[in-house]
Design a binder for this molecule. Structure first.
Ligand code: AMP
Length: 393
């Protein structure tokens, strides 16, 4: 089983990303976009070169589930008779108990569906392709890998909100997200900075979605996202942490309903809302507009404040790791965050930062600062293989 090919699936409301691994080696990857509107597929081989994508024109998929069913014969065609050992799926919510990936059974699917109200924009779209593949190819093992699982080591005191205590039992608590990314970073850290792997580290996953995670000896002990992926840092279009009374005020004063609040907080806020220009850091960094500069200033301020808060949770700070689209690529953002964290003992090496080196802290910096490219898909492939070995039934 360990030599088989593992397909990794990340399904959203209108897109389905896929990749195929043999061991840790990426064999191919791609995505179907515009599902339900005008679906189009792209694919690349393991070297990143474009290859013929699945032809969806005969029966364009109307849902991510149909997209996966259209993809499976194409995948099998590309692996030349070698068996597809399993599919590993990214599933946003594993609830309060799943602290590791799980082999999919009908009972697990039923249980995960009950979590849909906690993540209505993602969970149903994650689950429907799993269900479709289970019906179409019941012999193909599937594994659900949760974005929340890595954070189940967070102490109870950091998981609860100060609401009436029965609320936590009803599932209203801090879950944390981006867990597969943080787990990958924790797995890569020993090779990059062995001392930090045992120490107190804040990982800054700064992409279109953004969050921070406090790692103590490689385990999550605090994170900025909470009940949903809306909390914490400002993001491309999401507001991050706000006073909940703002929502009450807008509902009372402006008559905003649930759909209006959701659109405001998830799609019209964050860097896009602040700048009025774009959610994309490349656009904002290139723009001379003062609103773009201000939006970036707010982002940097909130990231640096978040790092300070997590350093308090850790009782000190030994390292910072930057990852994801912005963290890996945007040198000016890293520089500004590090400057704002100087008081914590962070000294940046500007040349290393510009060169995007693996270590970007200066030689005398008390806090080590590193860039580690994240790889959530590889994490899912590894987990899927491990879950099959543990639960071969
Ligand atoms: P992700 O969600 O991890 O794919 O990250 C997407 C974000 O990374 C977008 O806001 C991009 O603008 C940003 N990004 C990607 N490449 C760069 C770059 N070279 N410089 C600045 N931002 C970048």
């Amino acid at each position: 089983m360990s030599d088989g090919l593992i397909g990794v699936i990340n399904a959203g409301s209108s897109s389905l990303k896929f990749s195929l691994y043999e061991g840790d080696a990426l064999q191919l990857s791609g995505q179907v976009d515009g599902i339900g509107v005008r679906p189009a597929a792209k694919a690349r081989n393991g070297a990143g070169e474009a290859i013929d994508a699945p032809d969806l024109s005969a029966s364009p998929p109307a849902t991510p589930a149909e997209a996966l069913l259209a993809l499976l014969p194409w995948l099998r065609g590309h692996i030349g008779g070698r068996p597809l050992a399993a599919l590993g799926h990214r599933v946003v919510h594993g609830g309060p108990h799943h602290d590791r990936p799980k082999r999919v059974t009908p009972a697990l699917l039923e249980e995960l569906a009950t979590l849909s109200p906690l993540a209505p924009l993602h969970q149903p779209h994650n689950l429907s392709p799993i269900r479709a593949a289970m019906d179409r190819t019941p012999g193909l093992p599937q594994v659900a890998c949760f974005d929340t699982a890595f954070h189940r080591t967070i102490p109870e005191v950091a998981q609860v909100f100060a609401l009436p205590h029965e609320m936590a039992a009803r599932g209203i608590r801090r879950y944390g997200f981006h867990g597969l990314s943080y787990e990958y970073i924790a797995s890569a850290l020993p090779a990059v900075a062995p001392d930090l792997a045992r120490g107190r580290v804040v990982v800054a996953h700064l992409g279109n979605g953004a969050s921070l995670c406090a790692l103590q000896g490689g385990r999550s002990i605090a994170t900025t996202m909470g009940f949903s992926a809306l909390d914490g840092l400002p993001m491309g279009t999401r507001c991050g942490e706000i006073d909940p009374a703002v929502v009450l005020h807008l509902m009372r004063q402006d008559g905003l309903d649930i759909a209006g609040v959701e659109a405001l907080l998830y799609r019209r806020s964050g860097l896009l809302g602040l700048s009025g220009l774009s959610s994309d850091f490349r656009d904002l960094l290139a723009s001379g507009d003062p609103r773009a500069r201000f939006a970036i200033e707010v982002f940097v301020y909130r990231v640096a404040r978040g790092i300070g808060s997590l350093a308090a949770a850790l009782g000190g700070l030994d390292g910072i790791v930057f990852t994801a689209g912005v963290g890996e690529n945007a040198a000016p953002i890293r520089a500004a965050v590090c400057e704002a964290c100087r008081w914590l003992g962070v000294v940046l090496d500007p040349a290393a930062n510009e060169a995007r080196a693996a270590t970007i802290s200066a030689a005398g910096s008390r806090v080590g600062v590193h860039i580690i490219p994240t790889d959530e898909n590889l994490m899912i492939a590894r987990h899927t293989r491990a879950a099959l070995a543990e639960d071969p039934a």
